[in-house]
Each structure stands twice: as structure tokens, then as C-alpha cells.
Design a protein around this ligand. Structure first.
Ligand code: B16
Ligand code: MG
Length: 216
């Protein structure tokens, strides 16, 4: 029986991927190469330093650890600048209605994001109080597809992995949930999120009772 819902942040609650992309692109351009939007798909759900390594490999750029840390912190500053203008208007379609249902059904909730900026973004969009537990990049050692972020969420909520349903938009995130022994709702394209138990384009019109029946 499902007792808790675990939500990814970027791509599920809000769309910060576009801001990550802009900030990474600016960095890549500064190093003399470009990254496409398609390439950016590979970075979804991947931690900051792992993303940097993937981008540098793509541009065949080799740097020292010190240089990498400096670039990552510069990228984060640019990213924070971009997300500083976010507001409740940035909440993705269907999310607010879905959380009204979640509250009514007394389902426990946790955020499972590898972003170190997750709390700040939830504050900006006014959703900090919607989560019983927040697991973000500051609380984990391994990013997705490692299941750590979701296993910690389950633990903090006092439920077992089999009692959790994870909402994810990224392949790495679905993989993380599966590895943790959790069922998943994919949000996005069926052809991409092939490992998810059920896929919706977004949360618009998703009914909790019907959903729980469908993934049984
Ligand atoms: P930060 P999620 C992830 O968030 C993003 O999808 C990913 O693109 C980003 O690199 C990562 O957070 C780290 O973010 O630089 O803010 O710590 O999808 O797990 O909510
Ligand atoms: Mg995501």
C-alpha cells in the first residue's frame, strides 16, 4: 500500500532545467564550445559537479580540481541570478491541484532533489510547507541514479520503500527510484521514461484514486 509520495523538484514541481541550461551554456561558451538543448537532457537530475564533468568531456576540456570548483561556483551564481525572479507563477501546471488532493488524502510527502538550491526554490514558489521532509543536495553524498535521495526521504517519513511512489521527469531519477525498490510515476514522454510504472505528460487532471488503482 502506498503511504508516501516522493517528488523530484526540477521538471516535476517547477521547470528550472531551462535556467540550469542557460547558466551551463554561458560557461561552455566561455570555454569556447556550445551545448545544445538536446545535450542538456543528459544533465537532468545529475549533480552539479557530475554535470560539469559531463560538459567538460563534451568540449574535450581538461581542468584542475581547483579550476572546476571555481567554474561550478560561477555557474551557480549565474543560476541563482536567474532563479531569483521565480514566483508561485512558475509552479508547473496541475501541481497545485494535485497537492490539494494529497493533503485531503493524508499522504505523506517528501522532496527528493539533488539540487543544493532546492529549499531556496521552494521558498520562492511558496511551497516549502507542502513537504513533510526535504531531502536535497546538501543531505546526500551520491546523486541520481543512486537511490540515496529517495531512500533518505522514505526513512525520514518513517515508511518503507515499497510504500513510496516517486514522481520523476528524468531517466536518472526513475532509475534511482527503481534501484531503491519504489514505484514511479514518470512525468514527460513515454518513449523516454520507459522504466516508469506509469507516465503522464504532466500532473494536470491526475486523480490520486485512479492513479493508485492503476499502479497496483
Ligand atoms: P544545483 P532535481 C537537479 O535537480 C537538476 O535536475 C540538475 O540539472 C542539477 O544539476 C542538479 O539538480 C543540481 O543542482 O546545482 O542547484 O545543486 O531534478 O534533482 O530536482
Ligand atoms: Mg527532475
Amino acid at each position: 500500500m502506498i503511504k508516501a509520495f516522493l517528488f523530484d523538484l526540477d521538471g516535476v514541481i517547477v521547470d528550472t532545467a531551462i535556467y540550469h541550461y542557460q547558466a551551463w551554456r554561458q560557461m561552455a561558451n566561455g570555454l569556447g564550445f556550445d551545448i545544445s538543448e538536446e545535450f542538456n537532457e543528459k544533465l537532468k537530475g545529475v549533480s552539479r559537479m557530475d554535470s560539469l564533468d559531463i560538459i567538460l568531456a563534451h568540449g574535450a576540456v581538461e581542468l584542475s580540481e581547483e579550476e572546476k570548483l571555481s567554474l561550478a561556483s560561477q555557474k551557480n551564481e549565474n543560476y541563482l541570478n536567474l532563479v531569483s525572479k521565480m514566483s508561485p507563477d512558475d509552479i508547473l501546471p496541475g501541481v497545485t491541484d494535485f497537492f490539494t488532493q494529497v493533503k485531503k488524502e493524508n499522504i505523506k510527502t517528501a522532496l527528493g532533489s539533488v539540487s543544493k538550491n532546492a529549499r531556496l526554490i521552494l521558498e520562492r514558489i511558496g511551497m516549502l510547507d507542502n513537504f513533510d521532509s526535504i531531502i536535497d543536495g546538501t543531505k546526500i553524498a551520491k546523486g541520481k541514479p543512486d537511490p540515496e535521495v529517495f531512500l533518505k526521504g522514505a526513512k525520514e517519513l518513517g515508511v518503507s520503500p515499497s510504500e513510496c511512489l516517486v514522481f520523476e521527469d528524468a531517466v536518472a531519477g526513475v532509475e534511482a527510484a527503481k534501484k531503491g525498490g519504489m514505484k514511479t510515476v514518470g512525468l514527460g514522454k513515454k518513449e523516454v521514461l520507459v522504466e516508469a510504472d506509469i507516465v503522464f505528460e504532466n500532473l494536470v487532471g491526475v486523480d490520486i484514486h485512479e492513479l493508485l488503482q492503476a499502479i497496483k
